[in-house]
Design a protein around this ligand. Structure first.
Ligand code: HEC
Ligand code: HEC
Length: 237
């Protein structure tokens, strides 16, 4: 049996002969493998193969597959907490952030390194299409964290800190953390990413986030950890 590599796709794992195998094997093995590949290209529609069997009826999905899925997942639910979830995010917020990256106004080191180049490639029409696509996807549920931190986070989220004049987060982001318009959804987002952004807001690296700048200066590291822990697990409640 010749070695066969596997190509992961979002819905299935399709065995594909590596080019090395195709070159190296005896001719009858080569033809059999080529035949299998061709059948698969037409019939099993491997989702990663350009031009073969792609559903191009949703323009945003085509862009996501070509330009975003390696990091954010094809449906906006990345497997690594290094990359923010985009599924179910507010469309207006997504358009705004992509524009901020394009115009180099969101310039924290991670955003600069990962998002400036790719955002620059998008036309205004594509920004609209990709934002519509990701906002329409179903977000995966975030994992539960430490129960004490979660309940501290919930109290902060719902009540703010009146003696420091910190308004309730729920007042803008909503009781369910779903956001609205240019206020982002926070429910189910990775705690890793949320914590990082709460840190970024204490710098000038996201200047559009005026409300958040005034809020984070009053939060202790423990407050931020509690909020991020609560928000990641929020959709489970
Ligand atoms: C190479 C990996 C990579 C690719 C490819 C990529 N992103 Fe990102 N994206 C990131 C990272 C990392 C961040 C977090 C940036 C930060 O911390 O500021 C991010 C952040 C974002 C944000 C901000 C999310 C928020 O909640 O504010 C949006 C919107 C976004 N990406 C959309 C896209 C779209 C649309 C594409 C494809 C056109 C794409 N990204 C391609 C890595 C990537
Ligand atoms: C007055 C309204 C308002 C309040 C109150 C508020 N936020 Fe926000 N928040 C926003 C807006 C608007 C943004 C988007 C900023 C931008 O465009 O960059 C945001 C962004 C964020 C983000 C970044 C999300 C992402 O995907 O990058 C986090 C995290 C966040 N807020 C957490 C909180 C927490 C925690 C609280 C309570 C302690 C809070 N916010 C209170 C309006 C608010």
């Amino acid at each position: 049996m010749p070695p066969v590599s596997r190509v992961e796709t979002s819905s299935a794992s399709v065995p594909v002969a590596s080019p090395r195998v195709l070159r190296a094997g005896p001719s009858h093995v080569r033809s059999a493998l080529l035949a299998a590949l061709l059948v698969c290209a037409a019939g099993c529609a491997p989702q990663d193969a350009p031009h073969f069997g792609w559903d191009t009826s949703v323009p945003g999905k085509t862009i996501a597959r070509r330009m975003c899925s390696d990091c954010h997942g094809l449906d906006g639910n990345p497997t690594s907490p290094q990359f923010p979830r985009l599924a179910g995010q507010q469309k207006v917020y997504l358009v705004k952030q992509l524009t901020e990256f394009q115009t180099e106004h969101r310039w924290d080191p991670t955003g600069t390194a990962y998002m400036w180049g790719v955002a620059r490639e998008l036309t205004p029409k594509q920004v609209d299409e990709i934002a519509a696509y990701f906002s329409a996807q179903t977000p995966a549920r975030g994992a539960a964290g430490d129960a004490t931190l979660e309940s501290e986070g919930k109290a902060l989220y719902m009540n703010g800190i009146p003696k420091k004049e910190v308004p309730p987060c729920a007042g803008c982001h909503g009781n369910e953390g779903l956001g609205a318009g240019d206020v982002p959804r926070l429910a189910d987002q990775w705690s890793h990413y949320l914590l990082e952004q709460l840190g970024v807001f204490s710098t000038e690296e996201r200047p559009a986030a005026v409300a958040m700048h005034a809020i984070v200066v009053h939060l202790t590291p423990r407050d931020k950890l509690a909020l991020a822990t609560y928000l990641q697990s929020m959709g489970k409640k």
